[in-house]
Write a protein that binds this ligand. Structure first.
Ligand code: SF4
Length: 437
């Protein structure tokens, strides 16, 4: 049977109607990440609209976004995103008290795995959301049945890419990323929210310095730099892994838990080589960003030369440091091997670096939860107030909710408790939602 299709040219974007599918090739999304309260896509992508769903594909023909079009879909402004490591994340508007004040974003990412998410809703329990994720399988089978002889060449090329990515193949590909970088990225810096968590991971050092008692993401390994050879191999394999979709990235995460503690020459080498090899100069997205974690000791150890080198990189750099508390009893309770004096000195240096380097922003994390010693919050407020007699836009402070089964009552009040705190802090402050790659 002949398949019926019509072809329309709409400005520079080609659209095709093919049976029940409306296909748009080579959409141009925004070229710069921005914080908006409506669905916005970035870079270049293609899409297929069916009566039930909108599927959006990256330049490898891998499904990346799905949203429902029916009346059962929770909200027309919400969608699902598939991460590079194969997780599905549901982007929620957060209802009437939107998430911006808490998280600094207009959308709240609802995760399909355990985290410190303070929201009680779980979209992955909703049939309409699960069905949307499963809908790629049947759509893939339908597309594979189309007769290429009856279709224009660019549609055939596009469908060939899609057909090479059935659900099993997507799972297999996503699993490769950990093998390429030699570890799983179990937590991204909170600052990666500025690029919607779309970062290319590159591990330059394993392990961390402290092995804190409270931490859920620590690795078994002691801190150790990777070799330059290892970094070069990762970069070559990552370039291959991201393939045609590489131009849709403009940001790199240097892992793992304390890349700031690595040799400054190694850090500079890795960031510079990644920028060149991933051709970020010609990315579809402007404003390349570099993200890494630091620690009290690595910040104190870093010299002006180290910050000058970072400042000289072709990125805007965000370094996130887990300070946790400036209170001795709290640090002892967390089993974190740093002193209150070390935290005070590191924070003073963070403030200084943020003032001196326009293209570097060091952000800090503090714990937030019930049952912490009485001096904790006071110590944090005093520490910040000492450096900021007036409001300042730079040097964001994140609060990591400590959630466990025993404090569900506190979880219900967390936003109220956080707003009370936020009002007293003269720099931007948000909750830290722990998200993996
Ligand atoms: S909080 Fe940071 S330093 Fe402490 S164990 Fe976890 S990863 Fe390591």
């Amino acid at each position: 049977m002949r398949q019926k299709f019509t072809i329309r040219f709409l400005t520079l974007v080609e659209t095709f109607d093919l049976q029940n599918f409306h296909i748009t090739l080579d959409n141009l999304g925004a070229r710069r990440y921005s914080k908006v309260s409506y669905p916005l896509r970035y870079g270049r992508f293609a899409e297929i609209r069916t009566p039930e769903h909108l599927f959006q594909f990256n330049l490898n023909g891998e499904v990346k976004f799905i949203s429902g079009r029916g009346k059962d879909w929770p909200n027309p402004s919400e969608w699902l995103k598939r991460t590079v490591a194969g997780d599905w994340v549901y982007y929620s508007t957060g209802g009437y008290d939107g998430p911006y004040d808490c998280f600094g974003e207009y959308y709240l990412p609802c995760l399909s795995y355990p985290s410190n998410n303070i929201n009680s809703c779980d979209p992955f329990q909703e049939n309409v959301v699960v069905s949307a994720i499963e809908a790629w399988g049947p759509l893939h089978r339908e597309l594979a049945k189309l007769d290429p002889g009856l279709l224009p060449a660019n549609i055939v090329q596009f469908l060939d890419l899609l057909i090479s990515n059935p659900p099993d193949e997507l799972r297999r590909k996503s699993g490769r990323i950990s093998a390429i970088i030699g570890d799983s990225v179990t937590v991204l810096p909170p600052d990666t929210r500025h690029v919607d968590y779309d970062v290319i991971p590159l591990i330059i050092a394993d392990g961390c310095l402290y092995k804190c008692g409270f931490c859920r993401v620590k690795s078994r390994l002691g801190f150790k730099d990777r070799s330059r050879e290892n970094i070069k191999t990762q970069i070559a394999r990552l370039r291959d892994f991201f393939g045609n979709d590489l131009p849709n990235y403009n940001s790199v995460f240097l892992g793992q838990h304390d890349a700031m503690n690595s040799d400054p020459g190694l850090l500079e080498f890795a960031a510079g080589r990644a920028f060149d090899a991933f051709d970020l100069q010609n990315s579809n997205l402007q404003d390349p960003s570099l993200f890494l974690f630091g620690s009290v000791d690595s910040i104190l150890k870093a010299t002006s030369d180290t910050f000058d080198r970072i400042d000289g990189l072709p990125f805007r750099t965000y370094i996130n440091v887990g300070l946790e508390s400036a209170d001795r009893d709290t640090l002892r309770g967390l089993k974190k091997g740093i002193t209150a004096e070390g935290v005070e000195n590191a924070y003073a240096k963070i403030v200084d670096v943020n003032k001196r380097y326009e293209r570097i922003e060091i952000t800090s994390n503090f714990v937030f939860g019930p049952g912490l010693p009485g001096g904790h919050i006071e110590s944090v407020l005093n520490l910040i107030a000492k450096h900021f007699p007036h409001p300042c836009h730079k040097g964001t402070v994140y609060f990591s909710p400590l959630l466990d089964a025993g404090n569900s009552g506190w979880k219900r009040n967390i936003k109220r408790e956080f707003y009370k705190l936020k009002r007293q802090i003269p720099v931007p402050s948000f909750l830290y939602l722990i998200q993996r790659l």
